[in-house]
Ligand binder design. Structure first.
Ligand SMILES: NC(=O)c1ccc[n+]([C@@H]2O[C@H](COP(=O)([O-])OP(=O)(O)OC[C@H]3O[C@@H](n4cnc5c(N)ncnc54)[C@H](OP(=O)(O)O)[C@@H]3O)[C@@H](O)[C@H]2O)c1
Length: 348
């Protein structure tokens, strides 16, 4: 972190001693972690990923990415990974309970940077924008702390943020990064895929409400660079929001998808009254949220972070969508219902 990065001298098989920065990624094989590994490799870190090995390892054939089998819920596994790697930086992609953050900050107490991947869901206060150290965080009861349901996700993430702050008071170089909704290649949630699929397959796309709704999103490569920069330059104990520097409404997002895909669509806004004719409501559309969710990103930008330009981020997301079998169909409120809404709007 702010203190100059420690480096480790390793003797590689080839014989020559190299001075390298050792990074350990807890997780690393699915979405954000996978992009983080690429980001670290591109910045000359030697990367080891540690996970259970239940998901395919996209770096299995890469000579420069090591793997240590680890269940992060087992302290001994984390200790073994630490001994094997002697990391300078640790990136914690899969801490969903505060106890996991506590264990990790103890095991990795002497690294140069421990970065906990938190979430914009940590914020309790509804204000625009949500700022680190200003906007109220969710509380977390002991029952919530060990819960595994989605309903307490934000509470548990917020408690992890507080664990990081307390660890820093004890001298641990720990920081938190709070991404809003992340999108881009390999996004297994398929939330943006739903909208890309609509644009690529339809002439008219129904958006909820008047289309002016804003839910801040973060392109995954910008999140990956934020994680690296915070590890290298963040101030221990601090949390850093990350989200696209430029925001678009849901209507602008659909129009941007069409623009980068080289197609034309008519964006049709439908309020709850029109949607109700098909038994739908605005809330059933993915990436829709009534009250705007916007994260301030100036604190991260002050560390030298830059956001991938929006057009580029969307173009890469659309290309990845076309090359994948992701269609976001799990989020689809139903083709017939969408068509009913369009019919209703045509008659008014
Ligand atoms: N996507 C979003 O919009 C968003 C927004 C805000 C915050 N976040 C945060 O981003 C993080 C998730 O990112 P990601 O899924 O893209 O990360 P990732 O690092 O690409 O993938 C998750 C990794 O965790 C490993 N894993 C799961 N359980 C494990 C365990 N018990 N021990 C060791 N490894 C384990 C998985 O491998 P194995 O299954 O093989 O172990 C996999 O490598 C979470 O902390 C989430 O709260 C996401």
């Amino acid at each position: 972190m702010r203190a100059s990065p420690e480096t480790t001298t390793l003797t590689r098989a080839a014989g020559d001693p190299h001075t390298v920065t050792e990074s350990l990624v807890i997780g690393g094989t699915r979405f954000i972690g996978r992009h983080l590994v690429e980001e670290l490799r591109a910045h000359d870190h030697h990367v080891t990923i540690c996970n259970r090995g239940t998901h395919d390892n996209p770096f299995a054939d890469a000579d420069d990415v090591d793997h240590v089998e680890t269940d992060r819920t087992e302290r001994r596994d984390l200790q073994a990974a630490k001994l094997a790697v002697e990391p300078d930086y640790v990136f914690d992609m899969v801490a969903y309970q505060p106890e996991e953050v506590e264990t990790a900050t103890e095991v990795f107490a002497d690294v140069d940077g421990y970065v906990y991947v938190s979430s914009g869901a940590s914020y309790a206060g509804e204000e625009i924008p949500k700022r680190e150290g200003v906007t109220e965080l969710r509380d977390c009861t002991p029952e919530q702390a060990t819960d595994e349901s989605g309903a307490t996700y934000g509470n548990r993430k917020a408690e992890g943020d507080r664990v990081v702050a307390r660890a820093a008071e004890e001298g641990v170089a720990a920081c938190a990064v709070r991404p809003c909704i992340v999108y881009g290649p390999h996004d297994y949630t398929e939330r943006l895929d739903y909208w890309i699929e609509r644009v690529l397959t339809q002439d008219r796309v129904v958006v909820p409400g008047d289309g002016d709704n804003v839910w801040h999103r973060a392109y995954v490569e910008s999140v990956a660079s934020a994680l690296r920069i915070v590890a290298e330059s963040g101030r221990p104990g601090e949390a850093y929001n990350v989200g696209d520097r430029r925001l678009v409404t849901i209507r602008e997002m659909v129009e941007l998808i069409a623009e980068v895909a080289g197609t034309d669509v008519e964006v049709v806004g439908a309020g709850d009254r029109e949607l109700s004719a098909a038994g739908l409501s605005t809330e059933e559309f993915v990436l829709y949220r009534e009250y705007p969710h916007v994260l301030a990103t100036a604190k991260l930008a002050a560390l030298g972070w830059e956001s991938t330009p929006l057009r580029e981020a969307m173009a890469r997301s659309v290309t990845a969508h076309r090359e994948s079998d992701r269609d976001g169909s799990d989020h689809d409120p139903g083709r017939e219902r969408r068509e009913t809404v369009l019919d209703v709007l045509d008659t008014v």
